[in-house]
Ligand binder design. Structure first.
Ligand SMILES: *Cc1c(COP(=O)(O)O)cnc(C)c1O
Ligand SMILES: [Zn+2]
Length: 483
């Protein structure tokens, strides 16, 4: 592959939006959100992609491995994989404040023994806004910057609805790009965690809270998109999907490009992420960068499981129906009518055609399993959020059902940082989950702070008396003896 003199790739693609409903195509130079013809969602396609197949898989592997050491500021983060992401961007368009390149952390032997196989968490919580959403936002904002450059607009309002992490990410990226971009986020009131609410506020976004659940906010955002000049950043925005494909590229790279022995677990909410991950592996396969596709498992809570329900019927009898969600600790995935469902359907079909029916599956887990998955992971040194716990619960379920073979190494998507979702840990430890969650804490997993009083530390009391009193109390608690 040719590189320009400054080290930035010379290759430029030709991108088009491809409607997953009616197949219509539209040029990428315009800002499209959904198909003007049928309202369907898009996937973006590089119509010159065949050019890339002229470079061997081996050469691509070497290019991407050598870029891991590149200091080029436009080849950082998700743009290490520039040619596979959005090769219409110029170096000056690229917005990459530190997303991607997240660690894959192999579980310790105790956790692997409990689970019964090798497994690793990929810590998407180590992205800058502490979730995987940053991958998609890096691509979407870079594209917006290229549009701003070409159209010379002097104002651009970005809008999204969110279960918490999309808005945190959108607000952070908008703040980083700065003028002329401003950010508005719509949140379902009381349905995002305090940490997730704090993030867009801290980034300076306009934060609007609406009654209802995420699906209601989404409808309002779509109305705004249809009637006002705003740029939408929900996962219907197909530029976000492209950025999120890099998760698959990094899993493959971590595996030294051997993915046939991997099983990848992904929590499914709006289904953008699982679409992107399938699309990403398919791209690597087409370029010969990997020779075998990994198994992919979507995981859904029984409180928000429309994709599971669809795939649990036999192929001839499948019908997609939105569900009404019930409260879920995997709150970021608590979505009853996933906008990316048509993407999942078409990508899963391609995936299964290449790698067999069992290569893509969806499993369902309980709320109890989700929270305990998180607690178990973190007791073994991980930083999983509730959705990361859902990934582990999904692996345990798939293993019980014999859906994943014992030889596979499981790669679990820990989609956000545990601290964003610590309120669910707290509800478990304090046994304060509202009944609709159907979660009964088990004593052995509960951990709570214990007050040490020492002697009465009122003013005038001797400090030494306090220290020796507190130490005596602690020694007794811990069964330590003095000598
Ligand atoms: C958005 C989100 C999900 C769900 O991803 P989708 O692409 O909507 O399926 C899962 N976990 C976390 C932490 C998220 O922020
Ligand atoms: Zn269409």
């Amino acid at each position: 592959m040719a590189h320009a003199r400054d080290g930035f790739p010379a290759y430029r693609g030709e991108m088009e939006y491809v409607c997953q409903g009616c197949g219509s195509r539209f040029p990428a130079a315009e800002l499209y959100y959904t198909c003007p013809g049928c309202g369907g969602v898009f996937l973006l396609e590089d119509t010159r992609f065949a050019e890339l197949t002229k470079t061997s898989g081996q050469t691509w592997r070497e290019i991407f491995d050598s870029r891991a050491a590149s200091k080029h500021s436009a080849l950082q983060g998700i743009f290490r994989f520039y040619e596979l992401v959005a090769p219409i961007l110029e170096p000056g368009d690229i917005v990459s404040p530190g997303e991607g390149q997240t660690p894959v952390v192999r579980a310790n032997s105790d956790l692997e023994e409990r689970v019964g196989r090798p497994l690793a968490f990929k810590n998407e919580g180590q992205n800058p806004s502490a979730s995987f959403k940053d991958r998609g936002m890096a691509c979407a904002f870079s594209y917006l910057k290229s549009v701003l450059r070409q159209k010379q607009w002097d104002r651009l309002l970005t809008v999204c609805a969110s279960t918490g992490d999309t808005s945190a990410s959108a607000a952070m990226y908008a703040a980083y790009v700065g003028h002329p971009v401003t950010s508005v986020v719509l949140l379902p009131q009381g349905k995002v965690t305090p940490q997730q609410l704090a993030q867009p506020l801290g980034s300076g976004a306009r934060v609007l809270e609406l009654p209802g659940v995420f699906d209601d906010c989404m409808k309002v955002v779509e109305y705004l998109a249809d009637n006002c000049p705003v740029a939408l950043l929900n996962s219907k925005n197909s530029w976000r999907i492209l950025g999120q494909e890099t998760y698959a590229f990094e899993v493959a790279q971590w595996s030294d490009w051997e993915t046939g022995d991997k099983a990848v677990f992904v929590p499914v909410g709006n289904a953008g992420n699982i679409s992107a991950i399938m699309a990403g592996f398919l791209k690597l396969h087409r370029l010969g960068i990997i020779s075998e596709l990994p198994q992919i498992f979507g995981v859904q809570s029984c409180h928000a499981d429309p994709v599971y329900r669809y795939y649990s019927s036999p192929p001839g009898e499948r019908r997609y129906e939105p569900v009404s969600v019930r409260s879920s600790a995997a709150q970021a995935a608590m979505i009853g009518d996933p906008v990316s469902f048509p993407r999942v359907r078409s990508l899963a079909e391609r995936y299964q055609a290449l790698a067999g029916e069992s290569a893509f599956q969806v499993v369902q887990v309980t709320e109890q399993e989700i929270v305990e998955g998180m607690l178990q992971a973190n007791r073994h040194g991980h930083i999983a959020c509730t959705q990361g716990g859902e990934s582990l619960a999904g692996l345990l379920r798939a293993a019980r059902e014999g859906a994943v073979s014992r030889e596979k190494t499981a790669v679990l998507n820990a989609t956000a940082h545990s601290l964003k979702f610590q309120s669910f840990q707290q509800m478990y430890f304090e046994d304060s989950f509202p009944p609709e969650y159907e979660i009964q804490p088990r004593q052995e997993l509960i951990n709570r702070p214990r007050q040490v009083r020492g002697v009465d530390a009122t003013p005038g009391a001797e400090r030494e008396a306090f220290v020796s009193g507190a130490a005596a109390e602690i020694m007794e608690l811990l069964g330590l003896s003095g000598d």
